[in-house]
Write a protein that binds this ligand. Structure first.
Ligand code: SAH
Length: 214
């Protein structure tokens, strides 16, 4: 690093932006601290890797904001034995954080180029409990269902029915719901019983849209 330039570290980011903004779950803080976000951002943006904001990646998409990843992970209350469905792999960053809290992560991405690069990146970095699949996340991933938790990183106007169905009874799902290009509501949904889902509004957020698979 050149003299006089300041590059934030992952530890500073966790302290200031994650713990500093109210995330208390020690396992979540450790998970975020253990994932080197620099490995997930384009080379030209490496200096901003530990800034607490979304950054552009290939395909006109974004890597999620670390605070939001931590907040969503905290609400999912993951156990080391949980199987998590992650919709919208993008760079693979959120999947990497979730993998530190759960037993297995199935991550679905609709853009082939992103699915391939995230898969290669995660393999290279040794995240061997994550499986990246290319497909339409609005359909979930039936092959490994039902899930203990579902994390969705793209906004839909309403909750896709397949995701309700692929959540275990007792399972938690967190996702942004609302019109694309506007502010959406981050919602936490808990499947209380076979036919009973409890919903709670968490925070207004802005995510890229959940689109039909290409
Ligand atoms: N969590 C990611 C950020 C993802 S941005 C990270 O940390 O890097 C949202 C991603 O959702 C984009 O990569 C976009 O291509 C993907 N996406 C949008 N609609 C989708 C769909 N229907 N199925 C699967 N992925 C989708």
């Amino acid at each position: 690093m050149a003299m006089g330039t300041y590059r934030k570290s992952v530890a500073t980011m966790v302290q200031q932006d994650i713990a500093g903004r109210g995330i208390r779950d020690q396992r979540v803080l450790e998970a975020v601290a253990s994932v080197d976000r620099k490995q997930f951002v384009p080379k030209a943006l490496e200096d901003a890797a530990y800034d607490d904001r979304a950054l552009p990646i290939a395909g006109g998409q974004t890597i999620s904001q670390p605070y939001i990843v931590a907040l969503m992970a905290e609400h999912l209350r993951l156990k080391g034995t949980d199987t998590v469905l992650d919709i919208g792999t993008g760079s693979g960053y959120a999947a990497a954080v979730l993998s530190q809290l759960a037993g297995r992560v199935i991550s679905v991405e609709c853009i082939a180029e992103l699915a391939q690069s995230a898969k290669a990146r995660l393999e290279h970095l040794g995240y061997d409990t994550i499986q990246v699949c290319q497909g339409d996340g609005a359909l979930g991933c039936k092959k490994y269902a039902p899930y203990d938790a579902i994390h969705v990183a793209a906004a839909a106007p309403s909750v896709p029915d397949a995701l309700y169905q692929q959540l275990k009874v007792g399972g938690r799902m967190i996702l942004p719901i609302g019109p694309p290009g506007h502010v959406q509501m981050l919602k936490l949904i808990i499947r209380q019983e076979e036919n009973c889902w409890q919903e709670e509004d968490i925070l207004p957020v802005r995510f890229v849209p959940l689109v039909a698979a290409m």
